[in-house]
Design a binder for this molecule. Structure first.
Ligand code: ADP
Ligand code: MG
Length: 327
């Protein structure tokens, strides 16, 4: 007998779930025939990836790899490590999964926040060179060349998760769906009426407000900002995106970066990387990769910059400048 639920489904069926995972609130929504099955599988996938990739969970694959200084990676983890190694090269070291020992020193991993001594950071930075990771893409064996090296896929995991949910939605035969993983959005197709999804980009200085609205179809919109996770000490704010060149939270004039592209994994990796680069380096990087992604930047003087490819899809009441391919 056919599944009773799917028998009742039609084009206007909507299924939605709220989930808390990967330290954040998530929502998955699917439309049309197959929607209930799709959100059920999406939730399973989120839980599967969370328990695979979590750095803190003693049963996770990443935890085991970090304890043992290496091992054989499963398919998902191998894919993410490969993408991360590529990003390390292409971003000139900004995206660095070996940053974990420094994340721990700042207390971002267990909420025991502290400002480490300069000396301690310099010492730990000797463990954060991705070139000291040996990885064989054929056997999927990874090993760390230095004692104490550890990896963290937190800068890319949520984007991969939303990309995987898009795969699941397509496998379920859907044409329309949306996921929001703690402010990171990815959309399948359009809304059921054929119009584009409208994604609000949060204002980093007041997260109840937004800086503008972006219209998208089949795209991820992934945002990084220092406001997502931080602590204060002696009147100074320290956030969780670390510049691997210094060991300190990145302070290069950007307060928010949104990356827009069909590839959720890339969007997440780049949101972290571009935030670290700062506006000038990010503009140069985008000009060399403008067929791969678009971006919205907000600087600490409250100016907004949007790349040419999405300039017509972004509506904002704030002062907005367009970054063009040719300077
Ligand atoms: P969020 O997870 O808040 O959406 P990001 O995608 O920018 O924001 O990811 C931040 C996370 O990325 C940090 O919590 C940490 O796990 C990891 N991270 C921090 N600095 C770096 C870095 N330089 N390269 C790669 N990952 C990083
Ligand atoms: Mg990221």
């Amino acid at each position: 007998m056919a599944d009773a639920q799917s028998q009742q489904e039609n084009e206007s069926t909507q299924a939605s779930r709220d989930i808390f995972a990967m330290d954040t609130y998530m929502n998955v929504t699917a439309y049309g025939v197959g929607a209930n099955e799709a959100v059920r599988r999406a939730e399973e996938e989120i839980e599967r990836l969370d328990s695979l990739l979590s750095t803190g969970d003693q049963n996770s694959e990443i935890y085991q790899i970090n304890q043992n200084g290496g091992g054989i990676l499963s398919e998902d983890t191998a894919y993410l490590v490969e993408r991360s190694l590529d990003l390390y090269q292409s971003t000139n070291g900004a995206f660095d999964i070996a940053i974990y020992p420094v994340m721990k020193a700042w207390g971002f991993t267990d909420d025991n926040f502290r400002v480490p001594e300069e000396e301690e950071l310099q010492e730990l930075l000797t463990l954060t060179d991705v070139n000291d990771i040996s990885y064989d893409s054929r056997t999927k064996e990874i090993s760390f060349q230095k004692e104490g090296m550890q990896i963290d896929l937190g800068g890319i995991a949520k984007g991969y998760t939303s990309a995987r949910i898009m795969d699941i939605y397509r496998e379920c035969g859907l044409k329309s769906g949306l996921v929001n993983l703690g402010g990171n959005v990815q959309a399948l197709g359009t809304k059921t009426d054929g119009s584009k999804w409208r994604v609000a980009v949060q204002n980093p200085q007041d997260t109840d407000q937004y800086i503008g609205v972006l219209s998208i179809q089949d795209k991820a919109v992934i945002t990084s900002g220092g406001y997502e996770r931080y602590f204060e000490q002696d009147g100074k704010t320290y956030h969780h995106i670390i510049d691997p060149k210094t060991g300190y939270p990145a302070e290069n004039g950007l307060i928010s970066v949104s990356i827009v592209t069909a590839d959720g994994t890339l969007a997440d990796g780049l949101s972290t990387s571009v935030f670290i680069m700062g506006k000038e380096a990010a503009t140069e990087y985008w000009r060399a990769h403008s067929d791969e992604f678009d971006m919205i930047l907000m600087t600490d003087d409250r100016k907004i910059y949007v790349t040419e490819g999405i300039a017509n899809s972004f509506e904002s009441e704030l002062d907005t400048k367009i970054i063009e391919k040719e300077s």
